[in-house]
Design a protein around this ligand. Structure first.
Ligand code: SF4
Ligand code: FES
Length: 309
């Protein structure tokens, strides 16, 4: 984060909801000594997933930052120069892999595309050097009530992606979503007979498609399984009550692909109580999709397709 032509230093405060899981051995000991410990879940599978136990706290980090820096830039600065114990996940840094979805100021979104300028709240309560927040009337000039010290761009509040169990700090366990996507067979199922040439050699087998057929699912194929739509959905809770918008988008991508021959089976698979029937059409899933997919509308189209069968 090199400085620009303007030498004035600005700062930002990242207010991070942190979580450290209880060590395995400690957990096992606590479980073994409890007369109420449940040996196994009567439901099995994912429903046996426990709410992680551990230490939770909120920690403020104030660092030098520019308005155009991303929140990921700020976290990397903290990790490298202030607190190596802070845990978060990222990979591409360019909005392409979907690995860094968190809640920023309560809104699910990607760390790498969120800028300080867009998310810093200048009127959030400041903290003093000991880390205490100012509430009510401030009596020192450096921390006015409901405002930040001079040069501070504001506070950005970070928490792990809602709707999923937290593994550590800003890292959520998104396996429940990936399992739901896998259940809907997110791969092309097409009748393909391998063609051979006249002299018996394997020929390329092409699945021809017109541009207008490609246009029906092209945007859906850009889904990066980031989980932002799931974290925004009030019905999805990382459990089994609702298969979730990301899985439905994965299904829709193949249902709308003219080459796929399993559309009927795919529609059957989502026509269940925990499938599209569980969607309440709140459409919160659409608001922050980083790939510009109108998730709510796509699910609405699926509902229509299921009804029309
Ligand atoms: S539909 Fe959008 S928000 Fe949902 S997982 Fe895919 S890319 Fe992320
Ligand atoms: S790090 Fe890959 S999408 Fe943000």
């Amino acid at each position: 984060m090199s400085g620009g032509t303007n030498n004035e230093t600005t700062t930002v405060t990242l207010r991070v909801h942190r979580f450290t899981p209880r060590a395995e051995r400690e957990r096992d000991r606590a479980r073994a000594s409890s007369p109420f410990a449940r040996k196994s879940s009567p439901f099995g599978g994912d429903s046996a997933r426990r709410r992680p136990r551990g230490k939770q706290w909120v920690q403020d980090y104030t660092i030098a930052a520019r308005p155009e820096d991303t929140v990921l830039d700020c976290l990397l600065t903290i990790k490298r120069t202030v607190d190596p114990t802070l845990a978060f996940r990222y990979s591409c840094g360019h909005g392409l892999c979907g690995s860094d979805a968190v809640a920023i100021n309560g809104t699910p979104t990607l760390l790498c595309t969120a800028t300080v300028a867009d998310w810093a709240k200048p009127d959030a309560p400041a903290t003093d050097e000991e880390g205490f927040r100012h509430t009510g009337e401030a009596d020192d000039a450096d921390a006015p009530a409901g405002g930040q010290p001079d040069g501070c761009l504001g506070v950005i509040e970070l928490a792990a992606l809602p709707g999923f169990p937290v593994q550590r700090d800003l890292i959520a366990d998104i396996d429940p979503m990936l399992e739901q996507i896998k259940k809907l067979k997110p791969y092309l199922q097409a009748d393909g007979v391998l063609a051979t040439t006249d002299d018996g050699k394997v020929d390329v087998f092409e699945y021809l498609q017109r541009p207008e057929q490609l246009a029906r699912y092209e945007l859906l194929s850009n889904c990066i399984a980031c989980g932002v739509c799931e974290g925004s959905c009030p019905v999805f809770a990382g459990g089994e009550a609702f298969i979730g918008p990301a899985a439905l988008i994965a299904a829709s991508r193949f249902i709308n692909d003219s080459r796929d021959t399993a559309a009927a089976e795919r529609l059957d698979a989502i026509d269940t109580a925990d499938g599209i029937a569980a969607c309440q059409s709140v459409r919160a899933c659409t608001r922050e999709c980083p790939r510009g997919i109108d998730v709510g509308e796509e699910i609405w189209q699926l509902i229509a397709q299921v009804k029309e069968r």
